[in-house]
Design a protein around this ligand. Structure first.
Ligand code: HEM
Length: 460
């Protein structure tokens, strides 16, 4: 069974915890069980060192940047998203921007795109700064060194940011429905995932399926109420909600109905905070593991921002912070794999893939691939110094995906991570409780299993 390995330190070298992949190809029941427990544990070891690997004629793992470019960019219409997304998300996210295809996807993407232009994103910075300050304010109530599940703090902060920037609303009903969703929706998530991957029917039962369905209905209802209230009121705020309400499909001339609005708002609410929250929790863990980088980040933040609240005007100059964030997302990519389906029999530069075959791009493994990274398991933000980053191939580093379906929120997420991480490091010290080793667990976002407890001590 895969195990999280102890972080080992050899001098300055830090090897943060990893999940050992299965060395031998798994039997079908073995694959199924491993996937349900933790999809990362089903990723075969061979794909950490070879470019492709086909499992039972059905799933082709691809780690090669050139082939990935072809799938995600050059021939992207031939490799759409898979039935896995439909099984995992469709009742919740319907046919919104994340799950739709072709023209139906394109116009929704175009409708949302203006909100993610660089100038717009800068405007969201004060909300991000306020979210960081609020988390730090909570920590002020703690005794020095108190153990805190920092993933909960980062989740509260990033949820607040997305709700305030995209919806201008912190409706308690929406917050509660989404909090419950963590328990009832995310945990049984890998069941429909493995059904989709192995081509099994989606109606098969799985544990807590009814609770999951209730969570879906709950989340949709609470966001649906928001949409109805906005339609009813005279509200001219320029946010995601109003952009989407005013957008029109160029083919049909129709605007979005309530259901499609809910599809998209939920997509942004979930895609826009869960990933950022979990990656920030991993980054605070990495800060705690590396006193050297803690000092370096602190010195940079003080040099650039002094005691001022950290905002967009500082973010561009926080270059060590940016390197650290990129390395954090290399070792713990919030989305640990991407999947696409072949629409016809295809030869992927020597690797045959049958029509309807699933192609998995295992980002977690690609980010630790032996042919792509030197000493891949080592924590080393210097990999992302401008000189060394320039030598990387675009498609070897994929935290935000690539091609036309690249994460629309990538710059938003980078600014948010910079402001939050810089604010947190300047305000507090973090220590890993004795003997604690977090295990990476893939559930939409890559999370530390059971949460991320850290001892937090405010700097005076
Ligand atoms: C660290 C934070 C984040 C990470 C690592 C991340 C990662 C990703 C990845 C890998 C994809 C591509 C999925 C695929 O190709 O199958 C994606 C898509 C998407 N992300 Fe993000 N994301 C993050 C934050 C955000 C934020 C802050 C937002 C919104 C404010 C957002 C909204 C979306 C949306 C709407 C899509 C679907 C885009 C499309 O299909 O056109 N994400 N994200």
């Amino acid at each position: 069974m895969p195990q999280a390995e102890e972080s080992a330190r050899a001098g300055e070298r830090i090897y943060p915890p990893f999940l050992t992949p299965p060395a031998e190809p798994l039997s079908l029941p073995g694959y199924f069980l491993a996937f349900v427990r933790n999809p990362l544990g089903a990723t075969p070891a061979i794909i950490y060192r070879e470019w492709t690997y086909t499992y039972r004629d059905r799933i082709t793992y691809v780690a090669d940047p050139a082939r990935i470019k072809r799938i995600l960019l050059d021939d992207f219409t031939e490799f759409p998203k898979t039935i896995i997304e439909r099984y995992v998300f469709s009742k919740l996210l319907g046919r919104g921007i994340l799950t739709a295809h072709g023209p139906e996807w394109r116009w929704q993407r175009q409708a949302a795109a203006p909100l993610f232009r660089p100038a717009e994103i800068q405007r969201y910075a004060p909300v991000m700064t306020a979210a960081a300050e609020a988390a730090i304010e909570d920590w002020r109530q703690l005794a020095p060194g108190a153990v805190r599940y920092v993933d909960r703090d980062t989740t509260r902060a990033t949820f607040g940011v997305i709700a305030d920037t995209m919806l201008h609303s912190r409706d308690p009903a929406v917050t509660e429905a989404l909090e419950r969703a963590h328990r009832d929706y995310l945990l049984p998530l890998s069941w429909p995932g493995v059904y989709g991957a192995l081509g099994l029917p989606g109606w098969l039962p799985f544990p807590r399926k009814a609770a999951r369905r209730r969570a879906e209905i709950d989340m949709r209802q609470s966001v649906g109420n928001l949409v109805r209230r906005r339609r009813a009121g005279a509200d001219d705020r320029d946010d995601l909600m109003s952009r989407l309400l005013n957008a029109k499909d160029p083919e049909s001339g129709q605007s979005m109905g309530d259901e499609q609005m809910v599809d998209n708002l939920l997509t942004f609410l979930l895609a826009g905070h869960e990933t950022s929250a979990k990656s920030l929790a991993w980054m605070l863990y990495l800060v705690a593991l590396s006193p050297e980088w803690e000092e370096r980040l602190l010195a940079e933040v003080r040099r650039v921002a002094g005691d001022e609240p950290i905002g967009a005007e500082h973010a561009g100059r926080l270059t060590d912070v940016a390197m650290f964030i990129k390395e954090g997302m290399r070792l713990y990519p919030p989305i640990s794999s991407l999947a696409r389906v072949a629409t016809r029999d295809v030869d992927l530069d020597g690797t045959p893939v049958k029509k309807d075959g699933i192609i998995v791009m295992p980002i977690f493994a690609i980010h630790r691939h032996r042919k792509l990274w030197e000493d891949p398991a080592r924590f080393d933000p210097e990999r992302f110094s401008p000189e060394r980053e320039a030598q990387q191939v675009r498609y070897q580093y994929l935290p935000f995906g690539a091609g036309p379906r690249v994460c629309i929120g990538a710059s938003f997420a980078m600014l948010e991570a910079t402001i939050l991480l810089a604010s947190f490091v300047r305000a507090a010290r973090f220590k890993v409780p004795d003997g604690h080793v977090p295990v990476p667990l893939s559930r939409i976002a890559l999370q530390p299993k059971g949460g991320m407890p850290l001892e937090v001590t405010l700097r005076t």
